[in-house]
Design a protein around this ligand. Sequence first.
Ligand SMILES: C[S@@+](CC[C@H](N)C(=O)[O-])C[C@H]1O[C@@H](n2cnc3c(N)ncnc32)[C@H](O)[C@@H]1O
Length: 214
Amino acid sequence: MSRFRVGYDNEGYYLEDTYSRQHPLRVNFSHPEFLARLRGAGKKSELVARAVKAGAGVRVLDCTAGLARDSFVLASLGCEVTLVERSRVVSTLLLDGLKRARRVPELVAAANRIKLTNADSLSLMAQGDLECDVIYIDPMFPEKQGAAAVRGPMQHLQRFLGTDEDAMALLSVALQSGCGRVVLKRPPQSEWLSPVAPTHVFKNKNSRYEVFAR
Ligand SMILES: C[S@@+](CC[C@H](N)C(=O)[O-])C[C@H]1O[C@@H](n2cnc3c(N)ncnc32)[C@H](O)[C@@H]1O
Protein backbone atom coordinates (compact mmCIF):
# COMPACT_ATOMS: atom_id res chain seq x y z
CA MET A 1 0.00 0.00 0.00
CA SER A 2 1.31 3.46 -0.78
CA ARG A 3 1.98 5.88 2.06
CA PHE A 4 -0.42 8.62 0.89
CA ARG A 5 -4.09 8.15 0.10
CA VAL A 6 -6.62 10.57 -1.40
CA GLY A 7 -10.16 10.17 -0.07
CA TYR A 8 -13.54 11.88 -0.19
CA ASP A 9 -16.14 12.22 2.58
CA ASN A 10 -18.95 14.60 3.55
CA GLU A 11 -16.37 17.38 4.17
CA GLY A 12 -14.83 16.96 0.70
CA TYR A 13 -11.47 15.70 -0.57
CA TYR A 14 -8.59 14.94 1.77
CA LEU A 15 -5.04 13.56 1.64
CA GLU A 16 -4.10 11.07 4.29
CA ASP A 17 -0.55 10.19 5.36
CA THR A 18 -0.89 6.60 6.54
CA TYR A 19 2.51 6.84 8.36
CA SER A 20 1.31 9.71 10.54
CA ARG A 21 -1.38 10.35 13.14
CA GLN A 22 -1.92 13.87 11.81
CA HIS A 23 -5.42 14.81 10.68
CA PRO A 24 -5.88 14.31 6.93
CA LEU A 25 -4.94 17.34 4.87
CA ARG A 26 -7.85 19.38 3.47
CA VAL A 27 -8.09 22.86 2.02
CA ASN A 28 -10.51 24.55 4.37
CA PHE A 29 -10.65 28.34 4.23
CA SER A 30 -13.36 28.28 6.95
CA HIS A 31 -10.99 26.87 9.56
CA PRO A 32 -11.23 29.16 12.65
CA GLU A 33 -7.46 29.88 12.65
CA PHE A 34 -7.52 30.89 9.01
CA LEU A 35 -10.68 32.97 9.45
CA ALA A 36 -8.95 34.81 12.31
CA ARG A 37 -5.98 35.53 10.00
CA LEU A 38 -8.32 36.80 7.28
CA ARG A 39 -10.26 39.03 9.69
CA GLY A 40 -7.03 40.61 10.93
CA ALA A 41 -5.40 40.86 7.49
CA GLY A 42 -4.52 44.36 6.37
CA LYS A 43 -2.34 45.75 3.61
CA LYS A 44 0.22 46.81 6.24
CA SER A 45 -0.11 43.99 8.78
CA GLU A 46 0.34 41.10 6.33
CA LEU A 47 3.92 40.95 5.02
CA VAL A 48 2.79 39.14 1.89
CA ALA A 49 0.38 42.02 1.18
CA ARG A 50 3.14 44.59 1.63
CA ALA A 51 5.51 42.64 -0.59
CA VAL A 52 2.89 42.24 -3.33
CA LYS A 53 1.49 45.79 -2.84
CA ALA A 54 -1.94 44.22 -2.58
CA GLY A 55 -4.99 46.24 -3.53
CA ALA A 56 -8.20 46.19 -5.51
CA GLY A 57 -7.68 44.85 -9.01
CA VAL A 58 -3.96 43.99 -8.64
CA ARG A 59 -3.44 40.90 -10.83
CA VAL A 60 -1.31 38.29 -9.11
CA LEU A 61 0.06 35.15 -10.73
CA ASP A 62 0.78 32.71 -7.89
CA CYS A 63 3.17 30.22 -9.52
CA THR A 64 3.28 27.90 -6.51
CA ALA A 65 -0.29 27.71 -5.24
CA GLY A 66 0.04 24.95 -2.59
CA LEU A 67 -2.74 25.42 -0.03
CA ALA A 68 -3.30 28.97 -1.39
CA ARG A 69 -3.44 30.57 2.02
CA ASP A 70 -1.25 33.51 1.00
CA SER A 71 -3.29 33.99 -2.16
CA PHE A 72 -6.59 33.83 -0.32
CA VAL A 73 -5.36 36.64 1.95
CA LEU A 74 -4.36 38.64 -1.16
CA ALA A 75 -7.77 37.99 -2.76
CA SER A 76 -9.50 39.11 0.45
CA LEU A 77 -7.62 42.41 0.04
CA GLY A 78 -8.97 42.83 -3.50
CA CYS A 79 -6.33 41.13 -5.68
CA GLU A 80 -7.37 39.08 -8.71
CA VAL A 81 -5.38 35.88 -8.34
CA THR A 82 -4.45 33.17 -10.81
CA LEU A 83 -3.22 30.11 -8.97
CA VAL A 84 -0.96 27.62 -10.73
CA GLU A 85 -0.35 24.27 -9.08
CA ARG A 86 1.43 21.37 -10.76
CA SER A 87 0.39 18.57 -8.39
CA ARG A 88 -2.88 16.96 -9.52
CA VAL A 89 -3.65 15.91 -5.93
CA VAL A 90 -3.03 19.37 -4.47
CA SER A 91 -5.06 20.94 -7.29
CA THR A 92 -7.97 18.62 -6.46
CA LEU A 93 -7.85 19.62 -2.78
CA LEU A 94 -7.64 23.29 -3.76
CA LEU A 95 -10.51 23.20 -6.22
CA ASP A 96 -12.62 21.50 -3.58
CA GLY A 97 -11.66 24.09 -0.93
CA LEU A 98 -12.46 26.98 -3.28
CA LYS A 99 -15.82 25.45 -4.20
CA ARG A 100 -16.76 25.21 -0.52
CA ALA A 101 -15.48 28.75 0.17
CA ARG A 102 -17.88 30.06 -2.49
CA ARG A 103 -20.78 28.83 -0.34
CA VAL A 104 -19.64 30.80 2.74
CA PRO A 105 -20.91 34.42 2.77
CA GLU A 106 -17.74 35.73 4.46
CA LEU A 107 -15.47 34.06 1.88
CA VAL A 108 -17.39 34.21 -1.38
CA ALA A 109 -16.06 37.56 -2.63
CA ALA A 110 -12.42 36.55 -2.16
CA ALA A 111 -13.00 33.04 -3.56
CA ASN A 112 -14.59 34.55 -6.69
CA ARG A 113 -11.40 36.54 -7.33
CA ILE A 114 -9.36 33.31 -7.58
CA LYS A 115 -8.86 31.08 -10.64
CA LEU A 116 -6.96 27.81 -10.53
CA THR A 117 -4.91 26.11 -13.22
CA ASN A 118 -3.38 22.66 -12.82
CA ALA A 119 -0.11 23.10 -14.73
CA ASP A 120 3.60 23.68 -14.38
CA SER A 121 4.29 27.40 -14.03
CA LEU A 122 7.60 27.08 -15.83
CA SER A 123 5.85 25.91 -19.01
CA LEU A 124 3.03 28.43 -18.60
CA MET A 125 5.41 31.35 -18.18
CA ALA A 126 7.54 30.11 -21.08
CA GLN A 127 4.44 30.40 -23.32
CA GLY A 128 4.48 34.05 -22.30
CA ASP A 129 0.78 34.95 -22.61
CA LEU A 130 0.01 35.50 -18.92
CA GLU A 131 -0.96 39.03 -18.03
CA CYS A 132 -0.28 40.03 -14.45
CA ASP A 133 1.04 42.84 -12.28
CA VAL A 134 2.84 40.61 -9.79
CA ILE A 135 4.36 37.14 -9.94
CA TYR A 136 4.43 35.40 -6.56
CA ILE A 137 6.72 32.42 -5.90
CA ASP A 138 6.68 30.43 -2.66
CA PRO A 139 8.57 27.19 -3.24
CA MET A 140 8.49 24.36 -0.70
CA PHE A 141 11.19 24.94 1.90
CA PRO A 142 13.52 21.99 2.63
CA GLU A 143 12.20 19.89 5.53
CA LYS A 144 13.80 20.77 8.89
CA GLN A 145 13.86 18.74 12.08
CA GLY A 146 13.14 19.76 15.69
CA ALA A 147 12.07 23.26 16.66
CA ALA A 148 12.71 24.61 13.14
CA ALA A 149 10.32 22.10 11.52
CA VAL A 150 7.16 23.45 9.91
CA ARG A 151 4.01 22.10 11.55
CA GLY A 152 0.44 21.27 10.62
CA PRO A 153 -0.87 21.25 7.07
CA MET A 154 2.34 22.61 5.54
CA GLN A 155 4.36 19.77 7.11
CA HIS A 156 1.90 17.30 5.63
CA LEU A 157 2.27 18.91 2.21
CA GLN A 158 6.07 18.95 2.55
CA ARG A 159 6.14 15.22 3.28
CA PHE A 160 3.89 14.49 0.32
CA LEU A 161 5.67 16.70 -2.23
CA GLY A 162 9.26 16.99 -0.99
CA THR A 163 11.38 20.06 -1.73
CA ASP A 164 10.74 22.15 -4.86
CA GLU A 165 14.02 21.96 -6.75
CA ASP A 166 13.10 24.37 -9.52
CA ALA A 167 12.78 27.55 -7.44
CA MET A 168 15.80 29.13 -9.12
CA ALA A 169 14.44 28.37 -12.59
CA LEU A 170 11.03 29.82 -11.65
CA LEU A 171 12.61 32.98 -10.34
CA SER A 172 14.77 33.37 -13.41
CA VAL A 173 11.84 32.92 -15.85
CA ALA A 174 9.70 35.30 -13.75
CA LEU A 175 12.41 37.98 -13.78
CA GLN A 176 12.67 37.70 -17.57
CA SER A 177 8.90 37.76 -18.09
CA GLY A 178 8.54 41.53 -18.18
CA CYS A 179 6.19 41.50 -15.18
CA GLY A 180 6.70 44.68 -13.11
CA ARG A 181 6.98 42.99 -9.72
CA VAL A 182 8.24 39.55 -8.69
CA VAL A 183 7.99 38.39 -5.08
CA LEU A 184 9.90 35.38 -3.78
CA LYS A 185 9.16 33.91 -0.34
CA ARG A 186 12.03 32.04 1.36
CA PRO A 187 13.05 30.88 4.85
CA PRO A 188 14.41 33.89 6.78
CA GLN A 189 18.01 32.66 7.07
CA SER A 190 18.33 30.98 3.68
CA GLU A 191 20.94 31.76 1.03
CA TRP A 192 20.01 34.26 -1.70
CA LEU A 193 18.78 32.52 -4.83
CA SER A 194 19.08 35.38 -7.27
CA PRO A 195 22.33 36.90 -8.55
CA VAL A 196 20.33 40.17 -8.71
CA ALA A 197 19.78 41.98 -5.40
CA PRO A 198 16.11 42.44 -4.48
CA THR A 199 14.78 46.00 -4.43
CA HIS A 200 13.06 45.44 -1.05
CA VAL A 201 13.10 42.73 1.59
CA PHE A 202 10.35 42.14 4.18
CA LYS A 203 11.16 39.69 6.92
CA ASN A 204 9.65 38.13 10.02
CA LYS A 205 10.65 35.13 12.11
CA ASN A 206 9.09 32.63 9.69
CA SER A 207 9.68 34.04 6.24
CA ARG A 208 11.59 36.45 4.08
CA TYR A 209 9.89 38.15 1.12
CA GLU A 210 12.28 39.33 -1.58
CA VAL A 211 10.78 41.88 -3.94
CA PHE A 212 12.17 42.49 -7.42
CA ALA A 213 10.49 45.62 -8.76
CA ARG A 214 11.11 47.61 -11.91
C1 LIG B 1 5.18 25.91 -0.23
S1 LIG B 1 3.83 25.48 -1.26
C2 LIG B 1 3.03 27.04 -1.46
C3 LIG B 1 2.24 27.46 -0.24
C4 LIG B 1 1.28 28.60 -0.51
N1 LIG B 1 1.98 29.85 -0.77
C5 LIG B 1 0.29 28.78 0.64
O1 LIG B 1 0.13 29.91 1.12
O2 LIG B 1 -0.36 27.78 1.00
C6 LIG B 1 4.57 25.25 -2.83
C7 LIG B 1 3.61 24.66 -3.88
O3 LIG B 1 4.09 25.03 -5.17
C8 LIG B 1 3.92 23.97 -6.07
N2 LIG B 1 4.91 24.17 -7.16
C9 LIG B 1 6.26 24.19 -7.04
N3 LIG B 1 6.84 24.42 -8.24
C10 LIG B 1 5.81 24.57 -9.13
C11 LIG B 1 5.77 24.83 -10.53
N4 LIG B 1 6.88 24.94 -11.26
N5 LIG B 1 4.56 24.93 -11.12
C12 LIG B 1 3.41 24.80 -10.39
N6 LIG B 1 3.40 24.53 -9.06
C13 LIG B 1 4.58 24.42 -8.44
C14 LIG B 1 4.16 22.74 -5.23
O4 LIG B 1 3.56 21.59 -5.83
C15 LIG B 1 3.52 23.14 -3.89
O5 LIG B 1 2.18 22.74 -3.84
